[in-house]
Design a protein around this ligand. Structure first.
Ligand code: NDP
Length: 437
């Protein structure tokens, strides 16, 4: 609609979904039109925007903008992460919240779609500044969320530290100890395997995809972008499954390590020191570091069998897709949300690459968040193995669900369409049952 014209990422996400839903809608056109299903599903239930004032280490007051978009709660409480990055605006949060509806539906768990965050930049801030921001952010957000209303989680820039500060503030303001956030620390209601879940889940799905093409992930060469939460645990699981990851990146550059990324060193650099990849290259002689300029393919220029974009939206464009295809890539699965542009996705699909979009491939994170909610509700903690095996079952199930949905509508191998269709149908059924709301 014209009112969203200034939100390109939201338009991009909606365009991709609606295009692939055409065969589903055409089967039941009258029902969809009369109930305004597409109009309702693309309009958030609620969009909250607020001022976040906080004091920096020089005593200066800073002002950021906070967001929470509660998109759709037909199948459960709103659920989705909080992104802290200077690029955050309403359109970005809406695109992420919209995608979250379908992803959460695919997990088979009872969670609706939402997303939030702020244009705050955590880079270079002291722990005290991070705490001041998180407390101020939660002071306002607390009015709109709750364990049975809306349960935010981490995303870019929001890790265990930030979730901890936000949880502390929520508890203090509301005088309520409840599972209002996921991604919590293990001593206060967090779930084992949540840290690993998105990356591990991505690999469980990728492993199944490869297996169903009579192939084996062991021995494959892999390119990963990013070096944050999703990327690190994707690399770790890929290596456990016998693949070799030769490259990864951050927002300023990338590394190529022919001998395979040393994931323990990567964790030390990114999670403990919160440093740049230059430090990885300095500590590992087999690794080369390249600073990012403009227009080069970065991690996508190498000869790999599998590409796993795990950084951010629109980081893999048509030129990158051409470079990957020319180098023989066979499988591309998205760890990040919408990292591949629409033309690049179409290029992969037209060139025989098995491509699985983020809604399905990175759903392991939110699925495990929903398992964290279950544990909080029953006031119990499950073992790592219990959570991890549930995660694996969910990801394998998602692959077969989207594969079958694509086949049902005559689009075998189009996993993007399969994911959109399978996620959409469940939400629509719930919306129809609940009447006009
Ligand atoms: P992190 O903040 O932990 O890591 C993000 C990584 O991507 C970092 O290496 C960062 O570089 C890089 N990056 C971020 N923004 C940009 C940019 N504009 N250009 C280039 N590189 C960038 O985030 P996550 O790993 O949690 O999230 C990564 C992606 O996965 C996002 O799209 C997120 O929405 C999605 N996702 C995350 C889930 C989770 O459970 N965490 C669940 C499902 C999806 P640098 O190190 O320099 O900051």
């Amino acid at each position: 609609s014209k009112r969203d014209a200034s939100q390109p990422e939201f338009i991009q996400a909606v365009t991709e979904v609606l295009n692939s839903l055409r065969p589903v809608v055409e089967k039941n056109e009258e029902l969809y039109r009369k109930n305004a299903i597409l109009e309702r599903i693309t309009e958030p239930d609620r969009q909250i925007m607020f001022r976040v004032p906080w004091v920096d280490d020089n005593g200066q007051v800073q002002v950021n903008r906070g967001f929470r978009v509660q998109f759709n709660n037909a199948i459960g409480p709103y659920k989705g992460g909080l992104r802290l990055h200077p690029s955050v605006n309403l359109g970005i949060i809406k695109f992420l919240g919209f995608e979250q509806i379908f992803k959460n539906s695919l997990t088979t768990l009872p969670i609706g779609g939402g997303k939030g965050g702020s244009d705050f930049d955590p880079k270079g801030k002291s722990d005290r500044e991070i705490m001041a921001f998180c407390q101020s952010f939660m002071t306002e957000l607390a009015k709109y969320i709750g364990a049975d209303i809306d349960v935010p989680a981490g995303d870019i820039g929001t890790g265990a530290r930030e979730i901890g500060f936000m949880f502390g503030q929520y508890k203090r303001i509301k005088n309520l100890y409840e599972g209002v956030l996921t991604g919590k620390g293990l001593t206060y209601g967090g779930s084992l395997a949540r840290t690993q879940a998105t990356g591990y889940g991505l690999l469980y799905l990728t492993e199944e995809l490869i297996k169903c093409h009579s192939d084996n992930i062991a021995g494959k060469t892999v390119a990963v972008s990013g070096s944050g939460n999703v990327a690190i645990y994707a690399i770790e699981k890929a290596q456990q499954l016998g693949a070799k990851v030769v490259t990864c990146s951050d927002s300023t550059g990338w590394i190529y390590d022919e001998s395979g990324i040393d994931v323990e060193l990567l964790k030390e650099v990114k999670e403990v020191k919160r440093a740049r990849l230059t430090e990885y290259a300095a500590a590992k002689p087999s690794a080369q570091y390249f600073a990012k300029k403009n227009g080069e393919h970065g991690v996508w220029q190498y000869k790999v069998d599998v590409a796993l974009p795990c950084a951010t939206q629109n980081e893999l464009d048509l030129e990158d897709a051409k470079a990957l295809v020319a180098n023989g890539v066979k499988y591309v699965c998205e760890g990040a949300n919408m990292p591949t542009t629409i033309d690049a996705t179409e290029y992969f699909q037209a060139n025989g690459v098995c491509f699985v979009g983020g809604k399905a491939a990175n759903a392991g994170g939110v699925a495990t968040s929903a398992l964290e909610m279950s544990q909080n509700s029953e006031r119990l903690s499950w073992t790592f193995e219990e959570v991890d095996s549930k995660l694996k079952n969910i990801m394998v199930g998602i692959y077969h669900n989207i594969d079958e949905a694509a086949k049902e509508y005559g689009m075998e191998g189009n996993y993007v369409a399969g994911a959109n269709i399978a996620g959409f149908k469940k939400v629509v059924e719930a919306m129809l049952a609940q009447g006009v709301c």
